[in-house]
Design a protein around this ligand. Structure first.
Ligand code: PHE
Length: 433
C-alpha cells in the first residue's frame, strides 16, 4: 500500500488525464499502458531489488553491490543524485499539493457563507501559496516523523482505499450526466495513426517514470523495508497495476467530465481546436463543472480536491523518506530531528520557488522530472545489469520466490534491464534534449 501510495499521486490524477487530453486522447492511453508495463515495470523491479538486497538507503544499497573503488564512487553519485531529485520534486510538488488543499477548503468556506474567503482560496497569491505549501509540508513531516510502521504504512493503508472509493463514486456520478458518453468515446477510441508520434511517445514514457516514482531513491528505500519472504516479482507487478489502474480511472473521471462541462456551456477546446489541458483543466474546467451542479457541486468539488490532496500526501511522504533515511542511516541522526531539518530545508526551497513562481516552477519540475528521473533510473538499470553479479541477483530474487529461475521473468528481465531499458531511456533523454 505504501509503495502504491507513493506511485499514485498528482501524476496519476492530474498529470495523466492532462497529458491524455493534450496528446490525442485514447492513442496516448494505449502507448502509456504499453510503456508502463514494458519499460517502467522492469526499471521499477531493478530499484526494488537494489533496496531489498542492500537493506538500506539508496547510497548504501548501491555501494553494497559495488566491488571496486570506482564502482563505489559511481554508486554514491547515483544514490545521492536520486535523493537530491526526490527533494527537488518535493519542493515543487508541495506547492501543487497546497493548491489542492486550498481548493478542498474553498467549498467549505462557500457553504459557510464566507464568500470573500472562498474567493481568496482559489485565487493565486503569494500569501496563499506560502500558507498552504507550509501546511502541506507540516503534514508530510508529521507522518514521516512517526516512522515507517506508525507513519507511512498506517496512513497509506487508511488513505489509499479511501482514495479509490472516492474516485469510483465520482465516476459513477459523472457517467449519469449529459455529455459523458462523448467523453468516453474520446478517451477509449484510439486514433492509431497518432501512436508513433515522437512527442506522444516521449510524454508517455516520462509520465510512466514519474508515476512509478522512479529515479528518486524512493523505491530503493521502500524496497529495503520489504520482507525477504515477499515475492518481489508479484509485488512489483501489483504496484504497477494499481498505479496504472488509478491513472486509468482518473482519466475515466476527468475526460468525460470535460465533455459534461462542455454540454453545460463551458469552453473545453482551445482556439486551435485542441482540448484545453494543463492547470486550466483541473482548476477551471472542473470547478465550473461542479458549479453547474448547484448545491451538490460544492460537495462534489470538496470530495474531488480532497482526493487530490490525499493522493499527493501519500506521494510526498515517500519523497521525504528518501533523504531522511539517508541522513538517519549515514549520519546517525535521530529520525525526528532529521525529518524536521530536511522538511524545513525543502520548505525554504519551495518558498524560493513561490517567490519566483513564473519561471521557477516549470524549471524545477523540468530539471527533476525530465532530466533527473530518467538519468538516475537508467543508471540504476546499468547497476543491476552490468555491475551486480548475476548469481547475487538471482539469489536476491529467489528469496520469497523459489521457482523464479525457471520463470519467464528470469528468462527475459535480466537481459532486458541490461540492454533494452538503458538504451530506451537514453533514447528518450536524447529526444528531450
Ligand atoms: N509518483 C508520484 C505521482 O504520480 C510522484 C512521485 C515522484 C513520488 C517521485 C515520489 C517520487 O504523483
Amino acid at each position: 500500500m505504501a509503495a502504491a501510495g507513493s506511485a499514485v499521486g498528482l501524476g496519476n490524477i492530474w498529470g495523466f488525464p492532462t497529458q491524455t487530453a493534450s496528446n490525442g486522447g485514447a492513442a496516448f492511453v494505449l502507448v502509456y499502458l504499453i510503456l508502463a508495463f514494458c519499460l517502467a515495470y522492469p526499471a521499477f523491479m531493478a530499484e526494488l531489488l537494489i533496496g531489498r538486497y542492500g537493506q538500506a538507503n539508496a547510497v548504501t544499497s548501491l555501494q553494497k553491490m559495488s566491488r571496486t573503488l570506482w564502482q563505489k564512487r559511481f554508486a554514491f553519485v547515483v544514490g545521492f543524485g536520486g535523493i537530491i531529485c526526490a527533494a527537488l520534486i518535493l519542493s515543487f510538488y508541495g506547492i501543487l499539493a497546497g493548491w489542492m488543499m486550498s481548493y478542498t477548503i474553498e467549498p467549505v468556506a462557500r457553504f459557510a457563507g464566507l464568500n470573500s474567503s472562498a474567493d481568496w482560496l482559489i485565487s493565486q497569491s503569494l500569501v496563499r501559496n506560502l500558507l498552504f505549501t507550509s501546511l502541506f509540508m507540516v503534514l508530510t513531516v508529521l507522518i514521516i516523523r512517526s516512522g515507517v510502521e506508525q507513519g507511512i504504512e498506517k496512513w497509506s493503508k487508511r488513505l489509499m482505499p479511501l482514495l479509490i472509493g472516492l474516485l469510483i463514486l465520482l465516476i459513477i456520478y459523472v457517467m449519469t450526466l449529459d455529455g459523458a458518453a462523448e467523453g468516453l468515446n474520446a478517451y477509449l477510441n484510439p486514433d492509431i495513426s497518432r501512436v508513433l508520434e515522437p512527442e506522444l511517445l516521449i510524454s508517455a514514457l516520462g509520465q510512466a517514470f514519474f508515476s512509478l516514482s522512479l529515479g528518486t531513491s524512493v523505491m530503493v528505500i521502500y524496497g529495503s523495508y520489504i520482507g525477504k519472504n515477499e515475492n518481489l516479482v508479484i509485488l512489483g507487478a501489483q504496484v504497477t497495476l494499481i498505479d496504472v489502474s488509478i491513472a486509468f480511472l482518473a482519466g475515466l473521471l476527468i475526460i468525460p467530465s470535460m465533455y459534461v462541462a462542455q454540454a453545460q456551456g463551458v469552453a473545453i477546446f482551445a482556439e486551435d481546436g485542441s482540448l484545453i489541458s494543463g492547470s486550466s483543466l483541473v482548476f477551471t474546467v472542473l470547478p465550473s463543472l461542479f458549479e453547474g451542479m448547484g448545491a451538490v457541486g460544492l460537495f462534489v468539488g470538496f470530495v474531488f480536491f480532497l482526493l487530490m490532496s490525499i493522493a499527493a500526501l501519500t506521494s510526498s511522504i515517500s519523497m521525504l523518506e528518501g533523504p531522511v533515511s539517508y541522513v538517519v542511516e549515514r549520519h546517525d541522526m535521530a529520525r525526528s530531528k532529521a525529518t524536521t531539518l530536511i522538511g524545513i530545508g525543502i520548505f525554504v526551497l519551495s518558498s524560493i520557488i513561490v517567490f519566483n513562481i513564473e519561471f521557477m516552477l516549470d524549471l524545477v519540475a523540468m530539471i527533476s522530472t525530465q532530466y533527473g528521473q530518467p538519468i538516475i533510473a537508467m543508471l540504476c538499470c546499468v547497476f543491476v545489469g552490468w555491475i551486480w553479479q548475476r548469481n547475487d541477483l538471482l539469489n536476491e530474487i529467489k528469496q520469497g520466490n523459489d521457482t523464479v529461475e525457471h520463470s519467464l521473468f528470469w528468462k527475459i528481465w535480466p537481459w532486458y534491464t541490461k540492454f533494452i531499458c538503458p538504451a530506451a531511456i537514453a533514447l528518450v533523454f536524447y529526444h528531450t534534449i
